[in-house]
Design a protein around this ligand. Sequence first.
Ligand code: CTP
Length: 400
Amino acid sequence: MFQGKSIVLGISGGIAVYKAVELLRLFTKAGADVHIIMTKNACEFVTPLTFQTLSGNPVHTDLFNLSQEQEIDHISLADRADLFVLAPATANLVGKIAQGLADDLLTTSIMATKAPVLVVPAMNSNMYENPVYQRNQKQLVEFGYHVMEPASGSLACGWEGKGKLPDPVEIFAVAESVFTPKDLLGCHVLVTAGPTREAIDPVRYVSNYSSGKMGFAIAAAAQQRGAQVLLIAGPTDLTVPVGVRCIPVFSANEMHAAVFGHLENIDVVVKAAAVADYKPVDSMPQKMKKTTDELTLHLEKTPDILAELGKQKEGRVLVGFAAETERLLAHAAEKLQKKNLDLIVANDITQEGAGFDVDTNIVRFLHANGRVEELEKMSKAEVAQQLLNQVALLWKLKQP
Ligand code: CTP
């Protein structure tokens, strides 16, 4: 999402400046070209050299520095930005923006930009609660600035309370969300992700290699595009994306019950989960002992959740996944048709960079009307965005 985008990271002076280093790293890792503006006070906490080294760009500190002005002026920084992120934003900075003061490079650039601005306040909890500060913050929201809530906890000044800079990972997620067109606003999306585990006994199970990465990426991207997202996830190590409600499940039967128990108002279902197709007929209540040389497990079919959804579609957009090892298009097309889907995402898991437990995927989209789109190898986050472009269109077409 941030690949090739220009982000201005505005840093004002507070102990939380050190966290802006991590935030910068997240933006650059995502492919953004980050330009830093630091206030004089911010430079007292972390040197501009740190930010310069990590961003690969000169750090801007002074409105009247001629050598900086020859290369770039405050207007061109403001013009160039696709997004402004102010982290940490002190009470002083918020107050100045709210009152229209532009007396340094940062406030002048903010005044001059037409890019969205995300303000991430951090300060002492008493300052945060001060009615003057609260009035200024409210003023920013009314002007259309995006303002994040500070986190609570023990503050550097010794106080306990609200005023901490949120975790950089959270700031990054909110920045993504600010930046994303809200084409799924009002849409209720249910995503399933991860594997299911079918118990053999209390310590063993039948499962597969699914990591859940693809489904979690879809849930995060849908939330950023304005959807209300419910994620029903089998066991994974992943962190639930910010703003997404998650119901953890274990087995295919539990996933089935969770999906059908939460279908009301759902407009779109994306079934990225790798549901185990079979489960042991009898799950043993106690740990099985190795008393024989051979062991036969009797398995029975689990419910096909997606096929059932296809039989009672009720206007919902249904998206399935087909992870195949051979005859990719034929198998995927058959599932699309048999399960009554609008779209199926097909991937050949034998290809390098596709399938389980990697961060990339190589997919094809097969549409119900026969159209096939072939995508290059890309990150799962990017696949999620491409998929949601299609989902947004399908959802809009189904609306009365
Ligand atoms: N699926 C499901 N419930 C199942 C099995 C699969 O909802 N019990 C969904 C998956 O989430 C996926 C799609 O159906 O979106 C296709 O899953 P896949 O395992 O590729 O296909 P199957 O229908 O199980 O067929 P097969 O295993 O024979 O390829």
